[in-house]
Design a protein around this ligand. Structure first.
Ligand code: SF4
Length: 319
């Protein structure tokens, strides 16, 4: 039973069909890795920055797009370009314009989601994004935690206030922001995660990605784990964190992700992080048993959101 406003539901409402995300590697880097801010990066991030590395291997944007779509069973569907790796607005305005121009010309594209950091956006870049002629535009903005002490500890290189400022600037231009939060950051427990959810909830954010922190091989955080100074969340704890967080979320907030998806070969620990489906199943069981749904504790009360009713009517025993 669907108890949250999923991205696939949102796409079906918007387009009447399935929309698939196509990950594109545009050869971006990150100010927290290239020396602009630091060379170390966030303590949980590996050198690949969640990227495929295809651009570095000489596969241009058009080639990446073509090969991804050709590999899909439903080649007739709609597609959304997803610039996930590193900080995709960490470049000159001219380069960003050139990249976006090529992406918006791709066939069957309905929009794009562009991942970046608050400190890689300025008024000109936001104006450029807002001017794009696409049906769907999402700005994926990493916050990870609303606690500045945690952001400092993980070497994030920006503050929660920087994030909030960028959200207001983007939302003021009609750009939909998708905030990223991580559960299980060093020094954080359920209360800190809930505080971060509440912080995002109070901003003009349209979507959210919730991640469980997993340890990538070769990262500073993995070294902390090996030394015994950091312990990742357990499976049950993460499912409980989610079940506590989702009812606090506004019912209009589109949930883009509920669990991390480690790339092949990068996971050092915990082992359960490789089984995303198990996390989602556990969450569904907890929410069903407790009769919880997104927004229930955020002012929606017992009014079931329309997406909930449309997707999965409550069984008589719970209604
Ligand atoms: S901002 Fe993103 S890409 Fe840059 S170091 Fe942090 S996690 Fe990695």
């Amino acid at each position: 039973m669907l108890r949250h406003y999923s991205l696939s539901t949102y796409f079906r409402q918007s387009f009447g069909c399935k929309v698939r995300k196509v990950p594109l590697d545009v050869g971006a880097t990150c100010p927290n890795r290239d020396g602009t801010l630091s060379l170390q990066g966030c303590s949980f991030c590996n050198e690949h920055g969640s990227g495929s590395g295809l651009f570095g291997r000489g596969v241009d944007l058009e080639g990446q797009w073509r090969s991804w779509i050709l590999g899909q069973p439903d080649k007739q569907g709609l597609f959304l370009a997803y610039l996930q790796s590193f900080s995709n607005t960490h470049c000159s305005l001219e380069r960003l314009r050139d990249v976006l121009c090529r992406i918006t010309a791709l066939p069957k594209l309905v929009g794009l989601a562009i991942g970046t950091r608050p400190d890689c956006l300025d008024e000109d870049k936001l104006d450029l994004l807002a001017s794009l002629d696409v049906h769907e535009l999402w700005l994926d903005l990493g916050l990870q935690s609303s606690c500045n002490a945690t952001l400092k500890r993980i070497n994030r290189g920006h503050s929660a206030e920087d994030f909030a400022r960028s959200v207001h600037q983007a939302a003021g231009r009609g750009i939909k922001v998708c905030a990223h939060l991580i559960a299980g950051l060093p020094g954080e427990g359920a209360d800190e995660f809930a505080a971060s959810v509440d912080f995002v909830n109070a901003l003009p954010v349209a979507g959210i990605k919730l991640h469980n922190l997993y340890l990538c091989k070769g990262t500073p955080l993995e070294a902390e784990y090996r030394r015994g100074s950091y312990e990742p969340l357990g499976f049950e704890d993460y499912a409980e964190f989610l079940a506590h967080a989702l009812p606090r979320l506004r019912p209009d907030m589109v949930v883009h992700r509920l669990a991390s998806d480690p790339a092949h070969g990068e996971l050092a620990a915990p082992a359960w992080a490789s089984d995303k489906l198990k996390v989602l199943n556990r969450l569904a069981r907890i929410m069903t048993r407790a009769n919880l749904w997104q927004g229930k504790a955020a002012g929606a009360g017992d009014r079931i959101p329309p997406w909930f009713r449309a997707e999965a009517p409550l069984p008589p025993s719970l209604a």
